[in-house]
Design a protein around this ligand. Structure first.
Ligand SMILES: C[S@@+](CC[C@H](N)C(=O)[O-])C[C@H]1O[C@@H](n2cnc3c(N)ncnc32)[C@H](O)[C@@H]1O
Length: 344
């Protein structure tokens, strides 16, 4: 085969403009459960087509496109094997991305991305115009299956980051840690497992709290040290803790909403309590290709945004919190830390 030539600018832009096809291909592979059908040994396209209920030729087209990006590999003409990336599409892969792939290419996602230019013009999410409500109301009240998929995608994709966060988050002196908007409790579970004396509170919207990891709510050693509290952090956070975590939460909100939510949290928090946001930091991230796309997704879906370190500092100060600094975790997220000042 001839050596690939460096892509010219028009070809690079051409590929970028059509990269939606890559999203579609990854989502289609997840829907077809291709990665589960392929075992440890290479398989022919014909056998794979039978296994997933597809036509052989178009399945070959799909596999060729995916393999071009390292998802599956063609080992001989018409025979495919797994790669590190394709294994992550298996339903049982630890830290796998199957649910994330289904979410990324879900119908609502195509609809909102299609209106990105409108969101850029107005600075607002396009979700309410399309669905007459907010993303989370839609997920919980109108499409509970999609809501469950969202929670599963967050839980699975959060496994590696939770471990990285637990490595660097210093909980010396913390008796109770609260995870606000903690999803199904992936991070909290890791923290409680690591520290036998630690207590935890998982604070989440009602439907998510109801689906919290059973280890945190149904008896057992961890559940004995953990409370699951259902609520809306825009209304009240009736939780007392020494350390409050918000992972991937503040980026859903514009500055006004974020400042108001941090003030609401601080209202019930003890003086001196730590507030640790766990977020991608735009001017510190080593994966800008992820952070910058998430920045747009937050805008178009919820009117939110990723932030620079300086913007986080400003957010803390506007919310009446002290800002302490930013710590890398060796994963895509940083710890952005502050505290509730003592009452004057
Ligand atoms: C992007 S997810 C992050 C989940 C989890 N912290 C993680 O990192 O995997 C945002 C979470 O915030 C929760 N959430 C959204 N609005 C909320 C609100 N008003 N009050 C409490 N939780 C909320 C959602 O249910 C969702 O689980």
């Amino acid at each position: 085969m001839a050596e690939p030539q460096p892509a010219t600018a028009p070809l690079r832009l051409h590929a970028l403009a059509y990269s939606l096809g890559v999203t579609a291909a990854v989502t289609a592979a997840a829907r077809l459960e291709l990665a589960d059908a392929l075992g440890e040994e290479p398989m022919t396209v014909a056998d794979l087509a039978t296994a997933v209920g597809a036509k052989q030729e178009p399945l070959g087209q799909l596999l060729r496109a995916l393999a071009c990006h390292g998802v599956f590999q063609e080992t001989a003409p018409g025979r495919y094997t797994h790669t590190e990336l394709s294994r992550l599409l298996r339903a049982d892969a630890p830290g796998g991305r199957r649910a994330m792939a289904l979410l990324a290419g879900a119908p609502f996602a195509w609809r909102i991305w299609e209106r990105l230019d409108t969101a850029v013009r107005t600075g607002r999410s396009v979700f309410p115009d399309l669905y007459g409500t907010t993303l989370f109301t839609h997920l919980h009240e109108e499409e509970p299956e999609l809501g469950a998929l969202f929670d599963q995608a967050m839980a699975k994709s959060g496994v590696a980051t939770a471990a990285a966060v637990a490595e660097v988050l210093d909980l010396t002196g913390t008796h109770t840690v609260a995870d606000i908007g903690g999803g199904r409790g992936t991070l909290l579970k890791v923290l409680l497992e690591r520290r036998p004396g630690l207590n935890g509170v998982l604070f989440e919207l009602e439907p998510v709290a109801a689906g919290a990891d059973p280890a945190l709510r149904d008896g057992g050693e961890l559940a004995a040290r953990c409370k699951v509290v259902a609520g809306d952090c825009h209304v009240d956070v009736p939780v007392k803790a020494d350390t409050y975590l918000l992972k991937g939460v503040v980026h859903m909100w514009d500055d006004e909403t974020a400042v108001a939510a941090l003030r609401t949290l601080a209202r019930n928090a003890p003086a001196g309590a730590r507030v640790v946001l766990i977020e991608q930091v735009l001017d510190a991230t080593e994966t800008p290709e992820i952070a910058t796309v998430m920045n747009l997704l937050m805008l178009v879906s919820q009117g939110g945004r990723e932030r620079t370190g300086g913007e986080f500092r400003e957010l803390f100060e506007r919310a009446g919190l002290r800002f302490h600094g930013i710590t890398a975790t060796g994963s895509v997220v940083h710890l952005v830390e502050g505290s509730v000042p003592a009452a004057p």
